[in-house]
Design a protein around this ligand. Sequence first.
Ligand SMILES: [Zn+2]
Length: 317
Amino acid sequence: MATSSFTNKKTLGLETVEPAVTPHTDSAATTFAKKPKLTTSKARKRDIPEGLWTKCKKCASMIYDKELDENLKVCPKCQYHFSIAARERIHALVETCSFEEMDADMEAVDMLQFTGVAPYTAKLESYKKSTSLKDAVCTGIGRIGKHRVGLGVMDFGFLGGSMGSVVGEKLTRLIEAATDKGLPVIIVSTSGGARMYEGMFSLMQMAKTCAALAYHAKACLPYISVLTDPTYAGVMASYASVGDLILAEPGAMIGFAGPRVIKDTTQAELPPGFQTAGFLLEHGVIDAIVSRSEMKARLSYYLDFLMEGREQFAALG
Ligand SMILES: [Zn+2]
């Protein structure tokens, strides 16, 4: 499973100091065989306090954490979009104090008594502590611009944003509540796919969420799917790909299986960057690429358009 750039952010501190590697000089062969590692001196690294700086994965600049937070976890130099926690994203999207969370205490049950490298229950406990969430999605009703919306936001920091029973059930309840109240739905996805610890129970969430969305669509209510880096597998194969409008953040990796699996299965040469948001926009899979700083305004604009269209449609009978 891929790891998030945010959750595994590298800070320059004592524990990350790597020893400078000096190439061997005793024989010409070893000098050329080993590539010298480029690194700054130990003394220089120790001068930087731990936990204050994050290195950009794209342009390698060092960004002051406070500046990164203020910029919604987007690199100010190259606009690389770091992973952002669900609650931070909700805060950035909805009007102040307008979000009422739903099913905040719903927790996963270890139905299969799964034990892998670590027991499922132990994994859940550790991620609950590290993210302050009970599972990988946060749902509720909030206001964006003048519209009340059912908003579901996934968090990659909780077990790779994997979709288990809780993610599926919370999203289904959100969609059903939005259908009852006549509200649009927005789901911001980031996920490595179905949660292997819950086996088939995870896969069943694909059908359940899509069925709820079908009833929502039948009520002529809009659903906007926002894909963020990364959105893969069971999530992309279900609710994330059936939006009336599908938006993506710049640079997001989106797909079903990883490139290596596709290449091994099809034995075909894959075009470069074929799972990037840019490639998918060119090929009509997604409708627009919207940067994080613009997302709230754009969602508000699209909701104006979609909800006005719905009222006109309803007036026609
Ligand atoms: Zn950068």
